[in-house]
Design a protein around this ligand. Structure first.
Ligand code: ATP
Ligand code: MG
Length: 430
């Protein structure tokens, strides 16, 4: 049964229309004032309205405007005075579906109502179609996402085989070296050959360290993680990393320098992640110098930071690590980010850049490389620079302190091991 709202201030007309339209099968609601009519319309959500134009207070045109403002789909038929064409045209301009003139003739009214009902049914059909369309698109999008995830999972499974092969090879090399070290220790100890013992022990230590590095690297590589961002000072992270490599660089005649942008005061990044990225890049830079055969060069590794602003005033944080070491051939450049790719003959795991890239991508950042064989290499890392609205500075400074302590510990550890070794040496000499 179609529900219909009748609004007319003349009670006899209202009653007559109610009776005839009810007998035509309409579920009729009536209102003697526009205000009352609008209230019923809003409360009941009626879609078909028949309203008189001339009414005290809010007239029919106003009723029409208000109805259309609330529900564009609702169909309003207006009743105008005989010959009042201007009002009828105005009503059509404001979106009335039809007009009928007084005195009302039943057949004209019924025809107008039928037309309005048809339009109503069509627009409802269109709406439901559109809604279903959106739902269908959403369903397809979901299916597509699931298929993509499935594809990634399969790809991962397929690469596990390769990964295991690469790992087995690496571990085999480390185990061989460990066995060599143990052999030297075993032979050096009973024969009181401290130098052999020392060398064997150092080999064992080095390779145990490699296994633990490998385990950590694999953990980092395998874990899906979102960056734990906090407000940090990028320049401080660079300084800490450079401090970590100071001794190694010095030992190999590599000058380790920084050029830090003073405008880059704070950033919202995962401090640990950025630390790891820089450790990997600086260590590669120093290795690049160590592996360089041109000894006439004054080798250097320079770490730069800067902040760039594009035309839309968006800011980018840039970290750059440049070395003038051996550089890379095009072939090496192509394989850079592949699993277990290393030219360091068992010295490297070949996971460093892969993990570096993963951390950067998790941040939504980018890494790029420029390199020339025999000339050197520059890695550039770029992140969008944005700060959260609430700045948890207290947390930030707490974590900065923790990082400083950790950096100090990392630096102190090799020295402690050295001391331990020399104590052992004195003992065995005695
Ligand atoms: N700065 C650089 N100069 C020259 N070659 C580089 C440089 N950085 C990376 N490479 C090349 O890319 C390879 C892969 O680097 P990656 O850091 O992934 O592994 P790795 O350094 O060999 O081992 P690790 O996993 O221990 O870092 C290196 O073995 C080296 O051949
Ligand atoms: Mg590396």
């Amino acid at each position: 049964m179609t529900r219909l709202l009748l609004i007319d201030d003349e009670r006899p007309i209202l009653e007559t229309l109610e009776t005839s339209l009810t007998s035509e099968g309409y579920d009729v609601m009536t209102a003697e004032t526009s205000k009352e009519g609008l209230r019923i319309f809003e409360e009941e959500g009626i879609k078909l309205i028949l309203t008189d134009i001339k009414m005290p207070g809010i007239d029919g045109i106003e009723v029409l405007k208000k109805v259309k403002a609330i529900d564009e789909e609702a169909e309003v038929i207006v009743i105008t005075g005989h010959g009042d064409m201007d009002t009828a045209i105005a009503a059509l301009q404001y979106g009335a579906s039809d007009f009928i003139t007084k005195p009302i003739r039943d057949e004209v009214l019924l025809l107008a109502l039928e037309r309005a009902k048809k339009t109503l049914a069509m627009s409802q059909q269109l709406r439901s179609y559109t809604e279903h369309l959106e739902q269908k698109v959403e369903e397809h999008r979901l299916e597509l996402r699931q298929a993509q995830e499935e594809l990634i999972r399969n790809e991962r499974l397929a690469t596990i085989g390769e990964t295991v092969a690469g790992l087995a090879h690496y571990i085999k090399n480390v185990v061989t070296a460990l066995q060599g070290g143990m052999h030297m220790v075993e032979r050096g100890m009973p024969r009181h050959r401290p130098q052999m013992f020392e060398e064997g022990w150092a080999m064992v230590q080095r390779h145990v360290g490699k296994v633990s590095d490998l385990a950590l690297a694999l953990l980092r590589y395998s874990k899906e993680r979102t960056p734990e961002r906090s407000i940090c000072r990028p320049n401080d992270i660079v300084s800490e990393v450079v401090e970590l490599f100071k001794d190694t660089a010095e030992e190999h005649n590599v000058k380790l320098k920084t050029v830090l942008d003073p405008n880059l005061t704070e950033a919202y990044l995962d401090r640990d992640g950025i630390h790891r990225v820089l450790v990997n890049l600086v260590s590669n830079g120093i290795d690049g110098c160590i592996y360089d055969t041109d000894t006439s060069k004054g080798w250097s590794v320079i770490v730069k930071t800067r902040i760039e602003t594009n035309t839309e005033s968006a800011e980018t944080i840039v970290f750059e690590v440049t070395d003038n070491g051996c550089g890379m051939t095009d072939e090496v450049k192509q394989k850079l980010f592949s699993r277990f790719f290393s030219t360091k003959a068992g010295r490297g795991t070949g996971l460093g850049l892969l993990i570096t890239q993963k951390i950067i991508h998790e941040h939504g950042g980018e890494i790029s490389v420029k390199s020339k064989a025999g000339r050197g290499t520059t890695f550039s890392v770029r992140f969008n620079h944005y700060m959260p609205n609430v700045s948890p500075r207290a947390i930030c400074y707490a974590s900065e302190k923790e990082h400083r302590l950790r950096a100090q510990m990392e630096k102190a550890l090799p020295r402690a091991l050295q001391t331990l070794q020399s104590v052992k040496k004195t003992d065995s000499n005695a």
